[in-house]
Design a protein around this ligand. Structure first.
Ligand SMILES: [Zn+2]
Length: 262
């Protein structure tokens, strides 16, 4: 039976002499694994539409619970991602998160939108990689039901106190009074927030999707936000992402290089 589905390629694996498998993220059916026959022949007619991060229309043949590509039509390729190794590394990390959490058969409309928007922002240089990374990490968790409690202090519901702490391990906020009152100490899982980072966290989790990237943050706040969102995703998903290690390696190499050349 032939069906048509729109999807974005989030992973590819070579198979046999000239075939490959691709995983595509779709709005209606989550992630689908599709076998692409003859994909690695230079003349393959589906080469561009089945490459990593291509957004395409796929006509697939379903046989015995397996999917085979019949034909495909490229809708959008995010060319800008390929121009920079940091961008490629980030896009691969976002794809690994999606691939790890989204299953086959589930609807993933908002996740797909978040993923495509993120690729667009990476490709077009509309925000820095660390900005897009933080927004994706936090919003993705919200979309899959792991939204932290950000309305106010967990104990007294204060919306904004002089001091506020994000409790990575408890998925909530505490005001200074209740943080110290309960004997907590600052550490990598109990993080002191600045006002702008608290606002950014709330914005990322609660704003409408079309406004998601519409905020600004200074460099030091960005660093703090990144620390929080990364800790939060790794601890909530109980997973070490290889692509995250690679992304961080690229960033640290880049900053060392920058220091050496200035
Ligand atoms: Zn409180």
């Amino acid at each position: 039976m032939l069906t048509t589905v729109m999807g974005v390629v989030i992973a590819e694996r070579n198979y046999g002499e000239s075939d490959k498998f691709i995983d595509i993220l779709t709005a209606e059916e989550g992630i689908l694994e599709i076998c692409v026959k003859g994909a690695r022949k230079i003349t393959g007619k589906n080469n561009s539409s089945t490459q990593l991060f291509a957004y395409s229309k796929f006509c697939i043949d379903r046989r015995n619970e397996k999917y085979y590509l019949n034909s495909s039509e490229l809708i959008r390729v995010f060319y800008g991602i390929r121009t920079d190794i940091e961008k490629v590394a980030l896009a691969e990390y976002l794809a690994e998160i999606a691939g790890y959490c989204v299953t086959s058969g589930q609807t993933a409309k908002d996740i797909m939108r978040l993923f495509l928007n993120s690729l667009h922002f990476i490709s077009e240089d509309l925000r820095s990689c660390s900005f897009i990374k933080s927004v994706f990490e936090m919003r993705f968790l919200s979309e899959i039901g792991l939204l932290p409690q950000l309305i106010g202090c967990r104990d007294c519901y204060k919306y904004e106190a002089e001091e506020m702490f994000f409790m990575v391990d408890r998925c909530c906020l505490l005001c200074g009074e209740h943080f110290y009152g309960r004997g907590f100490e600052e550490n990598e899982y109990h993080i002191r927030l600045t006002r702008s980072v608290l606002h950014a966290l709330r914005f990322i989790c609660l704003s409408e999707m079309e406004k998601l990237f519409n905020f600004k943050l200074g460099e030091s706040s960005m660093k703090l936000l990144n620390e929080i969102t990364e800790k939060y995703i790794v601890s909530r998903l109980h997973k070490e992402f290889k692509t995250l290690d690679f992304y961080k390696q690229i960033c640290s190499d880049a900053s060392t290089h920058e220091k050496e050349t200035t």
